[in-house]
Ligand binder design. Structure first.
Ligand code: APR
Ligand code: PHB
Length: 393
């Protein structure tokens, strides 16, 4: 079998890339070891930057996002129970974010791919990229006991943080940067009305908390917890009690609690692998970088990588601009490092690390400094709504 771009991984990155390339007449095949149902079962953040929403529109898959996504012009930061609204639209000349679950993004993209009849293999085993450093790369895999080989021009490694594409780059050709945070986030999803229209990022002496939402009847909350805690340590009642203590009083008073549909612990990590390419294979999204969830940049950085690679490959196939492929990593990484820095900074300012340490006092001071004037809040707002995408020329 032959295609122009073999895409490994059918998460939002792989699917969006496939859809955009399809609209430009470029052939793709998508391979994933999981099933579509499994992929749709993952619960992840859903704060969409304008650039990402525009890209979904360019891919022709933004109808439901436009109709059901919720526009947010403000994000709340609370410090020890006191609100400090960051008025995104006011501070950035009208920019905003859209709250629309990643699961829904993925659902829309899977449906569009199926409707267009584009090829995909789910439940693919032992997916392996080969000969990426030559002009004739290919991918092999097994499915239902049969062996497959897909010859291609390029391989897009969109296989997430546990993917294999990165592992196939020789160690001496790649540098990995990493920071592990000394706490985790305990997330709870419940069929309850969200406590607040706007998201609340709450800094508190007892630790960070986040009030988020998926829809008018589906809430998502998080608590900073020690890494030594296990989910079993946290009954629903204990979770709700702790959340109430960390958020502003009026929010605590109107919080509607209910049984957890899902409860899980996520570790926090900043990770970047440089460069994001090896020969004819490109790393896209979580396959090349991870950010802690504070600021909701993970999915948005995946979209910005897709934007860069899609524009490069379109120029390669339409204008013969083969010179551009060598620049993917350099262009994509500039924006990635901005997102990594912002997520790091937000995580630092909003969490407690070591009680009564000088570092925690500096973090408190840093946050109050940035909340103390519109000019300083604008710095937060501009990054929260997303920096512009870099042109590919
Ligand atoms: N072979 C084939 N497919 C694989 C393999 C493998 N060895 N390893 C992983 N995959 C598939 C996974 O099953 C998954 O469907 O790759 C896909 C990767 O998807 P995501 O993990 O969703 O990653 P990505 O598309 O980059 O999405 C961006 O950023 O911060 C996050 O929450 C955000 O999940 C979102 C992500
Ligand atoms: C979420 O809704 O899961 C969410 C929202 C914002 C974040 C992180 C997670 O910064």
């Amino acid at each position: 079998m032959r295609t122009q771009v073999a895409i490994i991984g059918s998460g939002p990155a792989g699917l969006l890339l496939g859809q955009l390339l399809h609209r430009q007449g470029v052939d793709t095949v998508i391979l994933d070891r999981a099933s579509p149902d499994y992929i749709l079962g993952r619960i992840r953040a859903g704060v969409i930057e304008q650039g990402f929403a525009d890209l979904m529109a360019e891919a022709g898959v933004a109808d439901r996002l436009a109709a059901e996504g919720e526009r947010h012009d403000t994000v709340e930061i609370s410090v020890d129970g006191v609100y400090h609204p960051i008025r995104l639209a006011e501070l950035t000349g009208g920019k905003h974010v859209t709250v629309y679950g990643q699961t829904e993004i993925t659902r829309d993209l899977l449906a569009a791919r199926a409707a267009a009849g584009l090829p995909g293999f789910y439940g693919a085993e032992n997916v392996t990229p080969h000969d990426m450093a030559t002009d004739h790369p290919y991918v092999t895999f097994q499915k239902d006991g049969l062996n497959y080989r897909i010859d291609c021009d390029y391989i897009a490694g969109c296989d997430g943080s546990h993917g294999i594409c990165r592992m196939h780059i020789p160690k001496h050709r790649i540098h990995e940067y990493e920071r592990i945070y000394p706490f985790g986030w305990l997330g709870l999803l419940s069929n309850t009305p969200p406590v607040n229209h706007e998201l609340i990022y709450a800094k508190h002496d007892r630790g960070f908390a986040l009030c988020s939402k998926r829809s008018e009847m589906l809430s998502r909350y998080y608590l900073q917890i020690p890494l030594t805690d296990r989910v079993e340590d946290w009954s629903d009642a204990r979770f709700w009690d702790e959340l109430k203590r960390r958020i502003p009083e009026d929010a605590a008073d109107r919080l509607v609690t209910g049984p957890a549909l899902e409860k899980s612990i996520a570790p926090l990590r900043s990770f970047v692998s440089e460069p994001l390419q090896y020969g004819r294979m490109f790393l896209v999204g979580d396959a090349g970088h991870i950010v802690p969830p504070t600021g909701a940049k993970g999915l948005n950085l995946a979209a910005s990588d897709v934007n860069t690679l899609y524009r490069i490959l379109t120029k390669v196939y339409r204008e013969g601009r083969h010179d551009l492929t060598a620049r993917y990593s350099e262009i994509a990484l500039r924006r990635v490092w901005n997102g990594v820095r912002f997520s790091w900074w937000m995580t630092d300012m909003l969490h407690h690390f070591v009680r009564d340490s000088i570092e925690d006092k500096i973090r408190d001071s840093e946050l109050s400094f940035f909340l103390s004037s519109p000019e300083r809040r604008r710095i937060i707002a501009e990054q929260y709504v997303g920096l512009p995408y870099e042109a590919v020329e």
